[in-house]
Design a binder for this molecule. Structure first.
Ligand SMILES: CC(C)(COP(=O)(O)OP(=O)(O)OC[C@H]1O[C@@H](n2cnc3c(N)ncnc32)[C@H](O)[C@@H]1OP(=O)(O)O)[C@@H](O)C(=O)NCCC(=O)NCCS
Length: 403
């Protein structure tokens, strides 16, 4: 590591940073005006060897919904080390420094491999469910969509109506990342090269009786003809429908597309209501995976930022091998109106590391899960169940976008 330097990136280095990331991930970066504008050089770190960039990590300034609130969260992305420089501690330097420097109290990312980020105190905080639906078997009703309720929008039209719906989803579920205007434009780009042989993106919306858009689905189709006839594929990229009528109508429409045999959707929550809308839920063929990984970078601030399911008064003894100020005892006190979390000398009720706090932070994984393998230790009888209940949340977190 002697000749490897780590420094902040410069604005003009976006293409070089992307080239290193693309080289590590094995894709060819293409010029993209919107993503160039979204580059935040002051939030990017590069590792150089003899002046050449050989490793990168960066963060996007975005908000994230957490239990009972929407807060700033560093959205970490573009982590890559040139294959010639792998396993020499480059990523460890980059991620360690990034975590110590982010101004937000939490950082989040999608991991390419689950083995990478646990060592830095990240934990999978939201599960994602991938559906591969057998449309011939699933048995979806196709009778309750009000005539005229569904329409297809252009991307420009969608930019007016869709952002408010995503914000409403953030009010319902944790783990949902906010989008600036520029991020929305980037999300709705539909370059032919990115379609993977599928149709252009359809922006399907549902309108309520007053004509207001109250749900949308982004989806594509793929023509396919199997030995027994038509077997088209429907790929649902994103579905946001805070209103139950919109949720039902959009799914019913997509599950009953003519000529189609399969539907894929990768961003369902573990408590996705979709399973209620079909006759044979086993035909949804669900696969569980880690979706959003979370790191608590400022323990007391992070714990104050979210809300809790029931009142709580607990002393947590926390360890953090990377960020010294997170190590110590903190008293967390919550009731319906306020949350306080301060450093204390009082005896601990529970001890755990920042990793377990991260796993439980969005309310998607109970602290009892970590206690069962000895990663959370109870010192005061009853403290574990009380704290696990308070950290839980009635709705499971979900991350609907890989960033
Ligand atoms: C993943 C990647 C960034 C790691 O960079 P690196 O500089 O080789 O990582 P480090 O040398 O700092 O590794 C630190 C530790 O993590 C381990 N590690 C690194 N990458 C790993 C992986 N993909 N799987 C399992 N362990 C991994 C190392 O073995 C090392 O363990 P050790 O401390 O016990 O020896 C790099 O290999 C890469 O760019 N991979 C392809 C792109 C990618 O997957 N990026 C992540 C996007 S989310």
């Amino acid at each position: 590591m002697t000749d490897i330097q780590v420094r902040a990136a410069q604005a003009a280095e976006y293409e070089k940073v992307q080239a290193v990331f693309g080289g590590a991930m094995m894709f060819e970066p293409k010029p993209d005006e919107l993503w160039t504008r979204l580059f935040e050089p002051e939030r990017a770190l590069v590792a150089t060897d003899d002046g050449e960039i050989i490793g990168t990590t960066r963060a996007l300034t975005r908000e994230l919904s957490v239990p009972g609130a929407v807060v700033d969260a560093a959205h970490v992305t573009g982590v890559g080390v040139q294959p010639t420089h792998r396993r020499r501690g480059v990523m460890s330097q980059l991620i360690g420094r990034q975590l110590r420097e982010v101004p937000e109290a939490i950082a989040v990312l999608w991991a390419s491999e689950p083995a990478i980020y646990g060592r830095f105190g990240y934990a999978a905080a939201a599960w994602g469910v991938e559906y591969a639906v057998d449309l011939h078997r699933v048995g979806a009703p196709n009778d309750s969509i009000r005539p005229g309720a569904l329409a297809v929008l252009t991307a420009d039209e969608a930019l007016k109506d869709l952002p408010a719906l995503l914000r409403r989803l953030q009010g319902q579920r944790s783990g949902v990342s906010g989008r600036s205007d520029l991020l929305w434009q980037a999300r709705l780009q539909d370059k032919p090269d990115d379609r993977g042989g599928r149709t252009e993106r359809r922006i399907l919306v549902h309108r309520d009786e007053a004509g207001t858009v109250d749900g949308y689905a982004l989806w594509r189709g793929k023509l396919n003809w199997g030995p027994t006839g038509p077997a088209n594929e429907v790929l649902v990229e994103e579905l946001v429908a805070p209103e139950p009528a919109a949720y039902r109508a959009l799914w019913q429409h997509l599950l009953t597309m003519d000529l189609s045999a399969t539907l894929n959707y990768s961003h369902a929550a573990v408590d996705e209501p979709l399973q209620q809308l079909v006759t044979y839920p086993t035909a949804l063929e669900r696969r569980l995976g880690e979706s959003l990984w979370l790191r608590v970078t400022d323990v007391p601030r992070a714990l104050r930022q979210r809300r809790y399911a029931v009142p709580l008064d607990v002393v947590l003894e926390v360890t953090d091998h990377l960020i010294e100020s997170n190590t110590g005892r903190f008293r967390l006190t919550t009731d319906e109106s306020a949350v306080t979390c301060e450093r204390t000398d009082d005896a601990a009720d529970l001890s755990l590391s920042v990793t377990e706090l991260a796993g439980a932070y969005l309310g998607g994984r109970p602290l009892t899960e970590f206690a069962a393998t000895g990663r959370v230790t109870e010192h005061t009888a009853g403290a574990l169940n009380r704290t696990a209940t308070a950290f839980g949340w009635p709705v499971a977190p979900v991350s609907i976008e890989v960033f």
